[in-house]
Design a protein around this ligand. Structure first.
Ligand code: BTN
Length: 255
């Protein structure tokens, strides 16, 4: 039996017209109101200062894309296992997209891709208490109904509407609940299972696994093959008949 039913998630969803960033808004709420129920989500129709990974900007088109954040309070969760949260969120989103008939892959470490194009980005920000994660703020941006993109990202980005067969408009609030449901199902299941099965599941869904393709390594374009991701979240690739491991800053996909 799962704690986070659809009803629970709907009751704990706050939909706002415009915020700077749903991650920042939720952080602000958490610093003022205590306690806020776990998995309380903030969804915004528009973000004026959406944030991406590595300090980048996350641009969205008002009312066309889904932007939301929610809070988790993992129990006895050492920060050394923070990659687990990453895997949980990626796998939950991938499962959720499957319910919309979409076959997505996880681009290590935490992007969701369909047909070589990014469809979803994730920004997880953790607050620590000693060696444990006390609060995790999970922010998700999904390209849902957008059908054209600025030149700078066209060809690298896609949306649910573009990838679906029906091309129907997607209801963003329903999508938000659907993704929260699948993410929290993985979250609860993985708390009961061992870390290995989560890692195996994540590895099975990796974008470009087992394919020789171009990467940027030490600033040089290099052909390499992804072998696996380990429990610390490091990527193992085969380069020149040798296995090398990298963290997120050390290798870039050339797509
Ligand atoms: C990335 O791919 O760089 C991560 C993008 C994360 C964007 C989402 S949109 C909702 C939440 N609020 C933010 O400011 N960022 C995340």
């Amino acid at each position: 039996n799962n704690t986070f039913s659809r009803l629970y998630l709907r009751q704990n969803l706050i939909v706002l017209d415009e915020v700077s960033s749903t991650n920042d808004y939720l952080k602000e709420l958490l610093s003022n109101i205590k306690p806020l129920a776990e998995a309380t989500a903030i969804m915004a129709r528009n973000q004026t200062h959406g944030r991406g990974q590595r300090g980048s900007t996350w641009l969205t088109s008002k009312d066309e894309n889904l932007t939301f954040s929610f809070a988790l309070y993992p129990k006895n969760f050492p920060s050394s296992k923070s990659f687990d949260l990453n895997m949980i969120v990626c796998l939950g989103i991938q499962t959720g997209l499957k319910q919309y008939g979409l076959d997505a892959r996880i681009k290590w470490p935490n992007d969701i891709y369909i047909n070589n194009r990014k469809i979803c980005g994730i920004l997880i920000e953790n607050k620590l208490a000693g060696a444990n994660i006390h609060t995790s703020i999970v922010g998700i941006g999904v390209n849902a109904n957008q059908i054209s993109f600025p030149d700078s990202i066209a060809g690298k980005t896609t949306s649910m509407r573009l990838e679906s067969i029906a091309k129907d408009e997607i209801d963003l609030q329903n999508l938000c609940i659907a993704l929260l449901t699948t993410i929290l199902t993985v979250y609860e299941t993985s708390a009961r299972a061992d870390g290995i099965s989560l890692l195996r599941y994540y590895n099975n869904q990796l974008f470009r696994k087992g394919i020789v393709a171009a990467f940027l390594i030490d600033g040089i374009e290099t052909m390499a093959e992804i072998k696996k991701v380990d429990e610390q979240g490091r990527l193992h690739v085969l380069v020149d008949n040798q296995i090398r491991t990298f963290d997120n800053k050390e290798i870039t996909f050339i797509i």
